[in-house]
Design a protein around this ligand. Structure first.
Ligand code: DCP
Ligand code: MG
Length: 384
């Protein structure tokens, strides 16, 4: 291996929300359990001291699954699946409500445990981090094992770690031996371990790009590596195709970024077919509301509230406009985000067809109960 090669780890907690719930309800270990219910699905204590749990077969509603235990996944039940559909596959699976406060608590605990061993950590959300191990003397497997043990001792939870020369490969390989995995790769392993994987395993190849690649007969990362650069450019434009070419070779120079505070949280979607503001109004508004809901969920999951709500539109001719509005107080609930984003939407031209719609929340602060500093800059309260 090159003497200058970096050693980057990606750590991802195993079935994170579900595993936190199992700490609280150890009697559910070994059972199919799904997370995503509402407060009515809270377990009830019986007179004999045992708990009565909700099960999927009794579920009625339109909720989706947030995550599931590996036992539930074995029955075909995964994140983002509709609860009613999951109930057909796993009627006896236990259903629990989400409890973000607990998940955030365990998130802080595991990150602190990692930082006590390896401080160069990039926070990637509630259950995953990158760690730069390049400056450590210790042999990779011993060091990574020590990190896994520290996480387990601090939380009672297991995680999977991938170690590779960069973030792209580390992220792919933390997933290769889940749960409780430890996978170490060098650049020399790329043809044997990475190329056989489906292209969508690359973080940054979303469902739509994957679909387009499939249509071109490009199924695996190896297929992508063998595809002529000109062909990619014809279908994906200059910058994305250059990026595709690099990642297929396992190349990624991004540093581990230890200043972890995100500036904004956003969601966007490119439509299958360009939509018209008037003719496709209902569809467009439905998608718009769903984006606001997803941004709100992201804020909850990551523990932020934000004051600036913005939208992005890309028209059929690829021109893009953005609008934003800053609210008097920070918000994270879907209705408030939808209201503010709706205000922005009224300020953009809507003659052309639209190909992309995005919603962003910025001016973030941590939603940890600390009151925000009031902004008295206008001086009405001049009695200091
Ligand atoms: N999550 C979510 N919505 C999704 C996917 C995940 O809210 N569509 C939440 C629940 C997960 C957590 O984020 O517990 C972490 O996501 P992961 O993709 O890492 O999934 P898990 O940790 O649950 O499982 P795995 O063992 O595959 O990492
Ligand atoms: Mg995880």
């Amino acid at each position: 291996m090159n003497a200058n090669a970096r050693r980057i780890a990606h750590l991802d907690m195993d079935a994170f929300y579900a595993s936190v719930e199992l700490l609280r309800y150890p009697e559910l270990r070994g059972r199919a359990v799904v997370i995503g219910g509402r407060s009515v699905h809270q377990p009830v204590m019986r007179d004999d001291g045992t708990r009565e749990f909700s099960v999927l077969r009794d579920y009625v509603g339109r909720g989706v699954i947030t995550t599931s235990t590996y036992e539930a996944r074995a029955l075909g039940v995964f994140s983002a699946m509709g609860m009613m559909k999951a109930a057909q596959l796993a009627p006896d699976a236990v259903l629990l409500p989400v409890d973000f406060d607990s998940y955030r608590h365990y998130s802080r605990l595991f990150k602190k445990a990692v930082a006590s061993i390896a401080p160069l950590v990039e926070d990637r959300g509630i259950d995953e981090i990158y760690i730069d191990l390049s400056e450590h003397e210790e042999e990779t497997r011993a060091l990574a094992t020590r990190i896994k043990t520290a996480v387990n001792e601090a939380t009672g939870l297991s995680c999977s770690i991938g170690v590779a020369p960069n973030k792209l490969l580390a992220k792919i390989c933390s997933d290769l031996e889940k749960p409780d995995g430890l996978t170490i790769l060098t650049m020399a392993d790329v043809p044997t371990r990475i190329w056989p994987l489906p292209a969508r395993k690359i973080n940054g190849i979303g469902p739509k790009a994957a679909e387009k690649l499939t249509a071109l007969g490009i199924l695996t990362i190896g297929d992508l590596a063998r595809t002529d650069a000109g062909v990619l450019q014809d279908h994906f434009g200059r910058s994305y195709s250059a990026w595709l070419g690099n990642v297929a070779q396992g190349i990624d120079e991004r540093p581990v970024s230890t200043s972890s505070e995100p500036k904004s949280i956003s969601r966007e979607t490119t439509f299958e077919h360009d939509l018209h503001a008037r003719h496709d109004r209902d569809k467009l508004l439905g998608i718009f509301t769903a984006l606001c809901t997803r941004v709100s969920e992201d804020l909850h999951r990551k523990g932020y509230v934000g004051r600036t709500i913005g939208i992005k539109l890309r028209y059929a001719d690829f021109s893009t406009v953005t609008r934003d509005v800053t609210l008097p107080a920070s918000v994270n609930d879907p209705a408030a985000i939808r209201r503010a984003a709706g205000e922005c939407l009224r300020r953009v031209p809507l003659e052309q067809r639209i190909r992309l719609l995005g919603v962003r929340v910025g001016a973030l602060s941590k939603n940890d109960g600390t009151p925000e500093r009031e902004d008295f800059s206008q001086g009405e309260l001049g009695f200091e």
